[in-house]
Write a protein that binds this ligand. Structure first.
Ligand SMILES: NC(=O)c1ccc[n+]([C@@H]2O[C@H](COP(=O)([O-])OP(=O)(O)OC[C@H]3O[C@@H](n4cnc5c(N)ncnc54)[C@H](O)[C@@H]3O)[C@@H](O)[C@H]2O)c1
Length: 341
């Protein structure tokens, strides 16, 4: 039997645990997996680009457990009543290849993306940061805010979105959670006084949602929306002033902000900072940039966290996903003598 967390159980679990606690716990799993990064089987995700958006498969393995996520990215979806990003994912046992765990990952991706951002910020953001600017206040925004509060202590938000309704929604969701939220009049206004700047917009374009002139020394940039070829958020000049941190360099060179840069543009992989092999933030004037695109190991960590967290609870069900005849060579026998319904 395969354990399965559907949307209903994901929502029940998230409500019972609390989103902030989930992301705080997930950071620990992410750090564990980033510490053993070299031991994973890694490949840039497999992307199918269409005029509507991108459909992607994100596989990895630690040679005991294999995992993959299916995810889409369709920036034009909300205007048609659909979400920009949806996902589901699987863990499988390497020794026999059987899937052991299956989950919805639309919500889990939001948790894992924000937890990864917070983990990066833990090593890269200036000490004592309390204020975060958020440019883009769509589906990911509240998750980003809560994860940054759990890990850094961010309690003040300055938000900007080209859609006023998205900002209204963020204020409605975040104010009761205890955040001080200011609605800004532009991206430049949003970043005033912020020690951390998160860009989480969706537009299939080389957009400039943040200009170089608005980036002051000492800030940490958490850029999550530039995650596809032809889809970036930052004015390229920012990268000349920043130290750039990435997940898996071969994938980020195709998809991240650094797609505008030469192939030898210097980056540091985040796992090297987590292990202490290379420095993260080294000075008060340093601009740090996490050029996030989302990598398969983060989904693997999130699925591991969820699998362990729901063990022994009723937040999952068991489904009959693998056809397994008593005689492993007699698969056809199942067709000849169907199980009673
Ligand atoms: N790096 C990762 O691991 C990762 C993971 C998940 C999602 N993402 C990306 O994060 C982005 C946000 O995802 P989402 O699910 O919140 O999308 P969403 O469509 O729900 O929200 C995006 C918001 O950006 C706003 N926006 C678009 N252009 C803007 C601009 N120029 N200035 C200000 N606001 C602007 C839109 O009005 C919308 O409210 C997407 O691009 C998605 O692909 C990245």
């Amino acid at each position: 039997m395969t354990r399965f967390v559907d949307v209903r159980n994901m929502v029940r679990w998230a409500a019972a645990q609390g989103p902030e606690q989930i992301m705080a716990g997930m950071v620990g799993y992410l750090e564990d997996d980033f510490r053993r990064w070299p031991t994973f089987d890694k490949t840039p995700r497999v992307a199918s680009h269409t005029p509507f958006g991108v459909l992607e498969l994100m596989p990895t393995s630690d040679y005991e457990t294999y995992g993959f996520k299916y995810v889409n990215g369709h920036p034009s979806n909300p205007a048609r009543g659909y979400q920009t990003v949806t996902a589901f994912g699987v863990l499988a046992d390497v020794h026999n290849g059987y899937p052991t765990f299956l989950s919805e990952m639309t919500l889990l991706t939001a948790f894992r993306t924000a937890a990864t951002s917070a983990m990066a910020a833990k090593y890269l953001a200036p000490r004592g940061a309390r204020t975060m600017a958020m440019i883009g206040s769509g589906s990911q925004a509240e998750f980003q805010a809560l994860a940054m509060r759990a890990v850094l202590g961010i309690d003040t938000l300055r938000i900007w979105d080209t859609d006023p309704l998205a900002m209204d929604k963020a204020v409605r969701n975040l104010t009761p959670l205890g955040f001080q939220v200011t609605v800004a009049s532009s991206a430049g206004d949003a970043v005033r006084g912020a020690e951390v700047i998160t860009t989480c917009t969706a537009d299939k374009a080389f957009a400039t949602v943040l200009s170089d002139a608005d980036v002051r020394p000492g800030v940490h940039l958490n850029a999550i929306g530039g995650d596809c070829p032809g889809k970036t958020e930052l004015e390229a000049a920012i990268l000349d002033r920043a130290d750039v941190f990435v997940e898996f360099t071969p994938q980020t060179r195709i998809e991240g902000e650094i797609q505008h840069q030469p192939a030898d543009f210097a980056v540091t992989e985040l796992w090297e900072v987590v292990t202490g092999a290379r420095p993260g933030r080294t000075g008060a004037e340093q601009i740090t940039l996490f050029d996030s695109v989302g990598f398969a190991i983060e989904d693997f960590s999130a699925l591991r966290y969820l699998r362990d967290a729901v063990d022994g609870t009723d937040f999952f069900e068991e489904i009959d996903l693998v056809a397994a005849p008593d005689d492993p060579k007699d698969l056809f026998g199942l067709v000849m003598s169907p199980l009673p319904v």
